[in-house]
Write a protein that binds this ligand. Structure first.
Ligand code: EAX
Length: 324
């Protein structure tokens, strides 16, 4: 037998003995912020946990895409497997989500996290399936605050005439119109150029987003309005989720919970240190805000939300209390 033939048989036998090569499934996860952010740490925790629990049978590629509407569309058609996104544009895909975008709806982080992790939050996630998406788990963007380049904002009247970038979110836009501002909806990817060119005077975002994107470089004034809690979500493609066997689905959900914990912990940390960091970077911060004045000024918007959204659900959310 020739040397070559003997080597070929040896190689073939070695291959057979190694057993079937374990198939590896590639997953693409996109989110809109830098790696060093509350979404970035969530994505890293998801990746590490899923790859570890499946012994690398799943490999997660994390990518940045700062157009949230585009990411949700991509998850819907399957060009990406999953996205981490704020609820900003999501109400345009799943109308029920608009209910959790109402200003001053959530009292604090404990209230928001408690509601979203309860059967109330789960009932909203269950409505994604009919819209060609899977709402896997609630994540967190944080309480949103106003920044602008023109003036200190202390009272609702200071908002009049201010051109404010909002997310592509009808609930938020209604609120800013009611306050006398001029809401300009756009994807996050367009925000910094719009601020640099003066197309808009201001924007509103949680402290973690302002810090992670150095918005202090294009915004001078920060007012801690906490005008709306901004939930986030892990949303996936139905085909991606449907291909998971029960064991892998359990690993997937454990990875999603790890992402939620890392994400929320980072929001808490950024909220605790971010305002001082933004002051250090030169922002003028209005910390004492007459919340009651803003809530009173929004009364017409609240009345509209009661009519156009799910008034009963809004009442359940406001009345929710943690189990004793
Ligand atoms: O989700 O578009 C926004 O203002 C969002 O808060 C940001 O993309 C993080």
């Amino acid at each position: 037998m020739s040397l070559f033939r003997r080597a070929a048989i040896t190689a073939a036998l070695a291959g057979l003995m190694a057993g079937p090569a374990l198939a590896q499934t590639q997953l693409t996860l996109q989110h809109p912020l830098p790696t060093n952010s509350h979404y970035g740490v969530g994505a890293a925790a998801f990746k590490e946990t899923l790859e570890r629990l499946t012994s690398n049978r799943y490999r997660v590629t994390v990518q940045r895409n700062d157009n949230e509407r585009e990411m949700v569309e991509s998850a819907q058609i399957g060009t990406i497997d999953c996205t981490m996104t704020s609820t900003g544009p999501v109400g345009n895909f799943v109308p029920a989500v608009r209910n959790v975008d109402v200003p001053f709806l959530f009292r604090d982080y404990a209230h928001a996290r408690g509601v979203l992790d309860s059967e109330i939050g789960q009932s909203i996630l269950s409505q994604f399936n009919a819209r060609g998406l899977v709402g896997v788990i609630w994540l967190e963007n944080g309480f949103r605050h106003l920044t602008n380049s023109r003036r200190e904002v202390n009272l609702p009247a200071d908002m009049r005439g201010l051109k404010v970038r909002t997310m592509e979110n009808q609930v938020h836009m209604r609120a800013f119109t009611t306050l006398g501002a001029l809401p300009t909806p756009m994807a996050f990817s367009e925000l910094v150029p719009a601020l640099q060119q003066g197309t808009v005077d201001g924007q509103e975002n949680p402290i973690p987003v302002i810090v992670a994107n150095n918005l202090n470089q294009v915004q001078r004034y920060l007012t801690l309005t906490s005008h709306v809690y901004s939930p986030a979500l892990l949303i996936c493609n139905p085909g991606t989720m449907g291909r998971l066997n029960s064991a892998d689905r359990a690993s997937f959900m454990e990875a999603a919970r790890a992402a939620q914990m890392a994400n929320r912990n980072r929001v808490s940390a950024d909220d605790a240190s971010g305002v001082e960091e933004l002051r250090r970077r030169g922002m003028i911060v209005v910390t004492t805000v007459d919340t009651a004045a803003f809530q009173a000024a929004l009364a017409p918007a609240f009345a509209e939300y009661e009519r156009t959204l799910d008034g009963a659900l809004l009442r359940r959310i406001r009345d929710w209390r943690p189990a004793q």
